[in-house]
Design a protein around this ligand. Structure first.
Ligand SMILES: NC(=O)c1ccc[n+]([C@@H]2O[C@H](COP(=O)([O-])OP(=O)(O)OC[C@H]3O[C@@H](n4cnc5c(N)ncnc54)[C@H](OP(=O)(O)O)[C@@H]3O)[C@@H](O)[C@H]2O)c1
Length: 339
C-alpha cells in the first residue's frame, strides 16, 4: 500500500496522487471506460489523491464555460468510492487557452463554479479546491475570500492555489489558510524553487508538483511524432529543442539503470528528495491513462537516490533548452512570468 503524507495541518493524502488531465483529451486518446478503470486501479493500489479540474476535457460545442467532462468521469468512480479518496478540483479558467487565457475570480463565479463541480463530481464536499489561474486584474484576496465562503458553507474542505507567485501566496494565506500549492515542478522545471516554495513553507502549505514527469518527456518514451495535437505542442522545449533536450533524458536513464528503477521512478524520486532537502511536504500527481504505469510510478516511493545521483540530476535543469511558458498564453499562465 501507499503511505500517506500530511500536506498541511489538516489535510492528509496518499503520498502519490493521480493526475487526471490526460484521462480526457490532453496527450492522446482514451475512452471513459478506460479512464474509469485506471482511476479504480489507482485507488485499489492506494493512490487515493485524485486531481481534476472543471476545464479538463474537450470543449462541448454550443456551450460556454468549462466542459466538466473530466470531472464527470471522476464522478462515475466517486459514486461508489467517495470515502476512499481525497478529491481535488480547480476553477478559474473559463475556456480554451488561446490568445491569452480567460479567467474569472469574482465571488458570483466562484460560487457558481464550485456548485457546478459538486454536481458533476456527485459529492457534497470537495476535499481540496484550487484556484487554477488567477484573474490578474482582480486582487487575489477577493477571490480567496469567496473561496473561504465555500469552506464556511461546507462545500469545500481545504483551499489550494495553482501557479501563484510568492507574494500572491502570502496575500492569499492572510485571508484563509492555504493547504496546498499546485504548480509545475520537476527535474526540468525548477523556477518555483526561487520564491514559491519558500513562501509555501512560510505559510504552511504543502506542494503538489504538476507535470512531474515533464509531460512525459523525462520518461524517455516521447517521440517527435507524439507531440502533435497534444498540450506539448507549441513549447520550444518539446519542439525545436527536442533533440538537444535528450541529454536530460540520458542523465535520468543512467541514474535509473544504477538504482534498478525506471526513468519515471527516478524523476519522481528526485521530487521526493527535493521536498525533504527543502523541508516541504511534496505529493506529485503524475498523469497516466494506464493502470500499470500508476503502479510503476508508485514504485518511486521505494527508490533511494544517493548524493551522487542527486548531484547529477540537479545539474540537468541548467542544461534544458526552452522554457515552460506557453508564449501565447501570457503572464497568467505561469507564476515565473509575473516574478
Ligand atoms: N495546475 C495546472 O495548471 C496543471 C497543469 C498541467 C497538469 N496538471 C495536473 O497534473 C497532472 C500531471 O501532469 P501532466 O499529465 O501534465 O504530466 P506528467 O504527469 O508529467 O506526464 C504525463 C505523461 O507521461 C506519461 N507517463 C505517465 N507515467 C509514465 C511512465 N511511468 N512511463 C512513461 N510515460 C508515463 C503519460 O502517458 P500515458 O497516459 O500514455 O501513460 C502522459 O503522457 C495532470 O494530469 C493534471 O491533473 C495541472
Amino acid at each position: 500500500m501507499i503511505p500517506t503524507t500530511v500536506l498541511s495541518d489538516t489535510l492528509t493524502v496518499s503520498a502519490l496522487g493521480l493526475g487526471g488531465m490526460g484521462l480526457t483529451a490532453a496527450y492522446g486518446g482514451t475512452t471513459t471506460q478506460e479512464a474509469v478503470a485506471t482511476v479504480n486501479a489507482a485507488i485499489d493500489l492506494g493512490v487515493t489523491f485524485l486531481d481534476t479540474a472543471d476545464v479538463y476535457g474537450e470543449p462541448r460545442p454550443g456551450t460556454e464555460g468549462p466542459p466538466g467532462t473530466n470531472e464527470e468521469m471522476f464522478g462515475q468512480v466517486l459514486a461508489t468510492r467517495r470515502d476512499e479518496v481525497q478529491i481535488a478540483t480547480k476553477f478559474g479558467i473559463t475556456g480554451a487557452v488561446g490568445d491569452g487565457i480567460p479567467t474569472r475570480g469574482d465571488a458570483a463565479y466562484v460560487q457558481a463554479a464550485c456548485e457546478a463541480s459538486l454536481r458533476r463530481l456527485g459529492v457534497e464536499t470537495i476535499d481540496l479546491y484550487y484556484l487554477h489561474r488567477r484573474e490578474l486584474d482582480r486582487p487575489i484576496e477577493e477571490t480567496v475570500g469567496a473561496m473561504a465562503e465555500l469552506v464556511r458553507q461546507g462545500k469545500v474542505a481545504h483551499l489550494g492555489l495553482s501557479e501563484v507567485t510568492g507574494p500572491e501566496l502570502r496575500a492569499a494565506a492572510a485571508v484563509h489558510p492555504i493547504a496546498a500549492v499546485q504548480s509545475e515542478w520537476s527535474l526540468w522545471s525548477r523556477d518555483v524553487e526561487r520564491h514559491v516554495v519558500p513562501a509555501a513553507i512560510e505559510v504552511g502549505a504543502g506542494f503538489v508538483p504538476y507535470s512531474p514527469l515533464g509531460r512525459g518527456f523525462l520518461t524517455g518514451t516521447l517521440t517527435r511524432e507524439s507531440l502533435a495535437g497534444t498540450l506539448r505542442a507549441g513549447q520550444a522545449r518539446f519542439e525545436e529543442h527536442f533533440e538537444a533536450n535528450q541529454q536530460v533524458v540520458e542523465v535520468v536513464r543512467s541514474v535509473a539503470t544504477e538504482v534498478d528503477a525506471t526513468p519515471a521512478q527516478v524523476a519522481l524520486a528526485w521530487l521526493y528528495a527535493q521536498g525533504r532537502r527543502l523541508g516541504i511536504p511534496v505529493v506529485p500527481i503524475p498523469g497516466t491513462r494506464r493502470a500499470e504505469r500508476v503502479a510503476e510510478n508508485a514504485g518511486a516511493l521505494a527508490v533511494e537516490l544517493t548524493e551522487d545521483h542527486l548531484t547529477r540530476l540537479d545539474a540537468v535543469a541548467d542544461r534544458v533548452q526552452g522554457g515552460r511558458n506557453l508564449g501565447f498564453a501570457g503572464p497568467t499562465w505561469i507564476s515565473a512570468g509575473r516574478e
